[in-house]
Design a protein around this ligand. Structure first.
Ligand SMILES: Cc1ncc(COP(=O)(O)O)c(C=O)c1O
Length: 395
């Protein structure tokens, strides 16, 4: 038999998926993969039920159905602060498909693309598919700041685009207006595109404010905004996302969307229209719910002196596992699943730098589940105090 493609060798099984498989095998609580443990709002479930009795069972228009694109355009207009037209919106199969279709449309093999590290690993895989070369720029310190000179240096190397995950998975950073202005200034100066991933735009804590990069002066024309219904409405399985961009760019992205998917699922598109029309109170409640979960989870860590970062957005926390003495975060993550029934993701898969002292946990869980996780962490901490954790034997 002839060899399979060289391209397929660029990929290894995702660590997140691997941790989920391990978690299932050991019946652990899965805090690794990124989906909420609760249902979408009842309006969406009712709309879906009603759809089963309609005639919307065939292909939708490739761009997405008019009603949904109109509702998305209205929502984006509110966020961007100016009029976004339905023709500047493409409904995709999740933000995941939106991002790869965007990269296919804008980047050629050999083009350079800037990615902040730590990063959501699908960006590097997308770059590999497209044949683009990532230039990683580190986010440093407890606020995950980038160094302006380093960023400019990356643009100076001829980057054609930058990927901005805001709020950022895995570190929970929400970019400030000043930071976005620096990115915007450099993108304009060096004539680069920006692809944003804003799937956590409504999961924000405290006074942090999510600002759409496309809303900054002169940025709409060079920004492709990828986002999703997955996290905002707790329906990751519906696979609905959308891309907002100037028509001339979107027209090209659409061709790849067509080849990859034909269209997003028709009955789900019809069912989702109502969500895009939710008022401010829906997003305020979402923020309240996630703030309570974050505080519950972080209190459990603080009570046990387990060091962690302070997420400004998203539903992830990076915990620092240095005190357990493991040299390998992967080995520690396996110990957590097998012995303590908690699945997290070893941090090394999110970093370009040589980091292996973090485990990422997702706290989009019911309160009872979070309390059970706290009890399991307590047992871990007890074992550490009593010298029952022996990294040497597995490291
Ligand atoms: C940063 C980020 N972008 C995109 C996605 C996937 O979004 P979607 O379900 O819309 O494809 C995830 C899911 O975990 C994510 O964390």
């Amino acid at each position: 038999m002839k060899q399979l493609s060289d391209r397929s060798k660029l990929f290894t099984e995702s660590r997140i998926r691997e941790m989920t498989i391990l978690s299932n095998k050991y019946g652990a609580i899965n805090l690794s993969q990124g989906f909420p443990e609760f249902d979408p709002p009842h309006e969406l479930k009712s709309a879906l039920e009603a759809q089963s009795k309609t005639a919307h069972h065939q292909y939708a228009p490739n761009w997405g159905i008019d009603d949904l694109r109109m509702a998305i355009a209205e929502k984006q207009s509110r966020g961007f602060g100016f009029d976004v037209k339905p023709d500047e919106v493409l409904v995709t199969v999740g933000s995941t498909e939106g991002m790869i279709s965007t990269m296919m449309a804008v980047l050629d093999p050999g083009d350079k693309v800037i990615i902040f590290s730590p990063y959501y690993n699908s960006y590097a895989l997308n770059a590999a598919i497209v044949g683009a070369e990532p230039i990683f720029v580190s986010l440093k310190g407890k606020d995950y700041k980038f160094d302006e000179t380093e960023l400019e240096d990356a643009f100076r190397q001829g980057a054609k685009a930058l990927i901005l995950c805001n709020p950022s998975n895995p570190c929970g950073k929400v970019y400030t207006k000043d930071e976005l202005e620096v990115i915007a200034r450099l993108a304009k100066q060096y004539d680069a595109y920006v692809f944003t991933d804003e799937v956590y735009e409504h999961i924000i804590y405290g006074d942090n404010k999510h600002i759409n990069l496309a809303s900054l002066p002169g940025m709409f024309e060079r920004t492709v905004t990828c986002t999703s219904l997955s996290k905002t409405y707790s329906l990751t399985g519906w696979r609905l996302g959308y891309v907002t961009a100037p028509f001339e760019i979107l027209e090209q992205i659409r061709k790849f969307h067509d080849v990859f998917t034909v269209c997003a699922p028709t009955p789900l598109q019809y069912s989702a229209v109502c969500a895009l029309r939710f008022g401010d109170e829906y997003y305020a409640e979402l923020k309240k719910v996630y703030t309570a979960k974050k505080e519950r989870f972080i209190k459990a860590l603080d009570d046990l002196d387990i060091a962690h970062n302070e997420p400004q957005g998203t539903y992830f926390v990076l915990t620092d596992i240095s005190k357990y003495g493991y040299k390998s975060d992967l080995e520690f993550a396996k110990l957590l699943v097998k012995e303590y029934g908690i699945a997290g993701v070893p941090g090394f898969c999110f970093f370009k730098e040589n980091e292996n002292r973090y485990i990422r946990f997702r706290f989009a869980k019911n309160d009872e589940t979070l309390d059970e996780v706290a009890r399991r962490f307590e047992r871990l901490e007890n074992d550490r105090i009593h010298g029952r954790i022996r990294p040497e034997s597995t490291n």
